[in-house]
Design a protein around this ligand. Structure first.
Ligand SMILES: Cc1ncc(COP(=O)(O)O)c(C=O)c1O
Length: 483
């Protein structure tokens, strides 16, 4: 691509501004298309006869304006999100509801978890993207050298070797987690379960995002808690303004947030909002539970900071696991519960007591050996490609009215369709053809909410069959809308 237009100076006289304006015009006119790669900084600097820093500044301006995005080791691209409008900010009912998942939703969940056909519903990664053999070698070495691990178990908080590695990794986001403040769990769901039990009583109200991951709704139901759904923006996450209002009268006893790449929206809360949220909850004395399971799954160049990174008083309970990024089958997670740590530890002891030590040691050795970052880079690259391929296919095959999210991390896409669409009925038709997805009704405690939305998972490897399934789903959707 040649961007060798005459170099003109911008109104304020800065060369980088006029370069940015010219590129913006070319994007607007469709000369450079959504998803297309821009020339490298070096090439553009030669073509335009300007310095490297001028080009870099121009790219920064375009990035800030949301027109282009950087992809690690690949360069600058015109943002794909320009192809389609993102979904709108949600508007859930303003009252809390006792969560009761009905039979229809329970059946849908079972159906979308089945692995036959083209399963685009469950948020699972293709198992071949994990370093299974390396982990298997470490595990067999450990059980060979320490067979006594099969004949015993330890009390919480879990193996210090793994807690040390997790603490070391927190340096990456500027955190200083203390290994002594971590409790190892059996997956993020157990982490959230323990955190909720540590800070709530049955009947309490918990503020959550809307739409929200259905595993969180299942937990609230099992614990007899009420959900207060808070409007959530597809790009910036839970509205802190709305939460501020909702937590004014003291009825909300805990807040549970996925600030880094929420599921199903893929939203990323900006740092300023994170800071305000953490401060607000500390001031109001409301414990803040953070589900950080997707934090390592960023698509850009930098890992986002968890809410915990803004917490100085121990009010944030950070919950996470290795289920999305390394070893779903191990079911190993953790909680950094701040001032609730002793309570979480005691609750772990009376629920599942111990998470298999040989699995904890395997993960600790894998992290210590330095293979984790290399693996994460590969995994992220594969998933970004899969997400983009799915986004492009949805844009191509779904009706133009469909609004589609382009996640900034993780690998799920949220599709908002015209109000008359009923994605549960669409699912029934799709299932008959072996295609599944997660209909929107799964993501709210209010029956019928998000009935016109659906979530697609791009965790599987991109294959012609996936493209065909999306094309067919687009046709079924057209028939549903116009039939
Ligand atoms: C936001 C979120 N939290 C927690 C989980 C479950 O984590 P785990 O399998 O470690 O229990 C998921 C799984 O999809 C998720 O999307």
């Amino acid at each position: 691509m040649n961007l060798a237009l005459p170099a003109a100076q911008g109104r304020s006289g800065h060369l980088y501004e006029s370069l940015a304006a010219e590129i913006a015009n070319m994007i607007g006119a469709g000369v450079i298309k959504s998803g297309e790669k821009l020339p490298s900084i070096r090439k553009l600097s030669t073509q335009r006869d300007v310095s490297l820093s001028t080009v870099m500044q121009a790219f920064r301006v375009l990035e800030d304006r949301g027109l282009i995005e950087v992809r690690p080791q690949s360069g600058f691209f015109v943002r794909r999100q320009l192809l389609r409008q993102p979904p709108t900010i949600s508007a859930p009912p303003p009252q809390p509801t006792l969560v009761a998942i009905d039979d229809v939703r329970r059946r849908i969940l079972q159906e979308t978890r089945k692995e036959n056909g083209m399963a685009l519903g469950a948020a699972l990664i293709d198992p071949t993207l994990f370093p299974n053999q390396a982990l298997q070698r470490l595990l067999s070495g450990i059980t060979r050298r320490q067979p006594e691990l099969i004949g015993s178990y330890a009390i919480p908080p879990g193996r210090i070797e793994l807690r040390r590695q997790l603490a070391r990794r927190s340096l990456e986001w500027g955190g200083e987690l203390d290994p002594e403040q971590l409790v190892i769990t059996s997956g993020c769901i157990e982490s959230l379960h323990l955190a909720l039990r540590a800070v709530t009583q049955p009947g309490d109200v918990v503020a959550i995002e809307s739409p929200v991951y259905y595993g969180i709704l299942n937990l609230l139901e099992a614990l007899g808690l009420k959900a207060m759904e808070i409007p959530t923006h597809p790009q910036t996450g839970m509205s802190v303004d709305a939460l501020e209002l909702a937590t004014r009268n003291g009825s909300v006893k805990a807040v549970l947030v996925v600030a880094n790449y929420g599921n199903p929206l893929g939203s990323l809360m900006p740092d300023a909002n994170k800071q305000r949220l953490v401060q607000l909850m500390a001031e109001r004395g409301i414990p803040l539970i953070e589900d950080e399971i997707y934090g390592d799954f960023y698509h850009g160049t930098e890992r986002p900071t968890p809410l915990k990174g803004f917490d100085s008083g121990g009010n944030v309970l950070l919950c996470s696991s290795f289920s999305k990024v390394l070893a779903p089958g191990f079911r190993v997670g953790w909680v950094a519960a701040g001032r609730y740590q002793r309570r979480v530890e005691a609750l772990k002891a009376i629920t599942t007591m111990s998470t298999p030590e040989m699995l904890q040691l395997t993960l600790a050795q894998f992290l210590e050996g330095g293979g984790y970052d290399h693996h994460l880079r590969r995994l992220r690259r594969a998933c970004v490609d899969q997400v983009h391929a799915m986004f492009d296919a949805v844009c191509r095959h779904f009706p133009p009215e469909a609004k589609v999210s382009l996640p900034q991390g993780g690998y799920v896409l949220w599709v908002e369709l015209p109000q008359q669409v009923d994605t549960v009925r669409l699912l029934q038709v799709a299932l008959a053809e072996g295609i599944s997805f997660a209909p929107g009704v799964l993501f709210s405690s209010t029956p019928g909410q998000y009935a016109h939305c659906l979530r697609l998972s791009a965790g599987g490897r991109w294959r012609p069959e996936v493209a065909q399934a999306l094309a067919r789903l687009g046709q079924l959707l057209q028939q549903h809308m116009h039939g």
